[in-house]
Write a protein that binds this ligand. Sequence first.
Ligand SMILES: Cc1ncc(COP(=O)(O)O)c(C=O)c1O
Length: 461
Amino acid sequence: MDKKSLLDDLIKNYKLKHNKSEALFAKASQYQIRGGSHSLRLFDPFPFYDVQCSGSKVLDADGNTYVDFWQGHFANVLGHNPKIVINALLDYLQKSQGLATGFPGNYQRELAELILSQIGADKIRFTTSGTLATMYAIMLAKAFTKRDLVIKVGGGWHGAHPYALKGITVYDHGLHQLESAGLPSGTDSMIVMTRFNDMEDLEEKFREHGERIACFVLEPFIGAGGFIFSRKDYLQKARELTQQYNSLLIFDEVVSGFRFHAGGLQSIYAIKPDLTVLGKAIGGGMPVSAVVGRDDVMVLCSPEAKPDQKVKFEGGTFSAHPASMLAGLTYIKYLMENESEIYPRIGQLGAKIRNGIEEIFTAHGFNVKCTGYGELLPDNSSCVGVQFLQEKIDRITFPEQVWNPEVSDLELREKIFKLAMLEEGFNIFHGFGAVSAVHTESEIQASLDAVERIAKKWKKY
Ligand SMILES: Cc1ncc(COP(=O)(O)O)c(C=O)c1O
């Protein structure tokens, strides 16, 4: 396949349909780095701008409409701007309430209680991003254990803070490089890398560093690392080893929390971490994140903590922001009340897309595997990753297979397939994305029809 001419044609066609966005990009780039503030939203040749989003759809400045599977970084389980949240916020604002006040507002107690009941933990503290919450969780673990080392998995993304900026996407005989400048000295040796789903490697790392390990932090469903679920025995091993070495186990459920059922993935696995980090869906479209966990660990951010163990997880002008708490509460309640309708449906649609895409590409002679299969979930998972493979692999089980260019063709996934699907009217991410409650059966079928046309076309290049 001549990928260069395929990409050139796709870019040419994209530009023809996005004149206004191109002008807006030029303007935005005068003031903002690459024309925006989050690199994942800034794809080449330029993103579409000034969108209006509703349900499954996105309308851009040029009047193009897309069915969206990106859905707010996979957070929008109920689609874009769900009426229940919009109405609750309108009502609150109409009462001249909802903006930041600097007081403990009305809704955080209720949201705290709901989240704790669904996750099954003792205490919660809110903050505003997954990045901050994972940073605080790791600080709590370091203070609790009075140890320094953090184990993280290759491909794990926990936000951009010094305890997690290693081994994310840059492949060099593995995922183990620091991926940012400006980090405190010693960061490299403080973060010990291990391979996701690899029990032997984890055991080895604990054998080697056990007495110095404060925590093992991982996503039970790895998101940016390729939409891969943990093996159950791997999480059991992680629980055993952390207990054996008196380290803490932290589950980053920023993506997986409330994505597969109205709670954490940990209850599906029946494995309880010491701390859990939540974000994305728990804010109902507003910036809310939280650390939840054991009383004796969470207490370290209270005045009762001993001075040498007290963690300054206590600031945040916008922590537990009133409108955000109401949005989160409305959302979580809705997910709980409608759990039995929402999750089986979106899980089955996810499976339909994964099976469909694999079948279509295979029939046209391409080596494609989908990730996101949730074998432990009763109704499978709503997340779909598409990996264009350079070699035959039965099942992708760890992120190195996704980020190693000799194994997966990322240019095909991130640039070519992305633009090809946009041309067909579908906005995808990391190969596809997440099904939300608002996606219809006919949209799912139409997306598979689009994949069929694309696979046919690619054979001509
Ligand atoms: C698993 C995981 N943890 C943490 C983060 C960071 O969250 P935020 O972008 O809200 O800072 C993300 C963001 O995508 C994530 O996927």
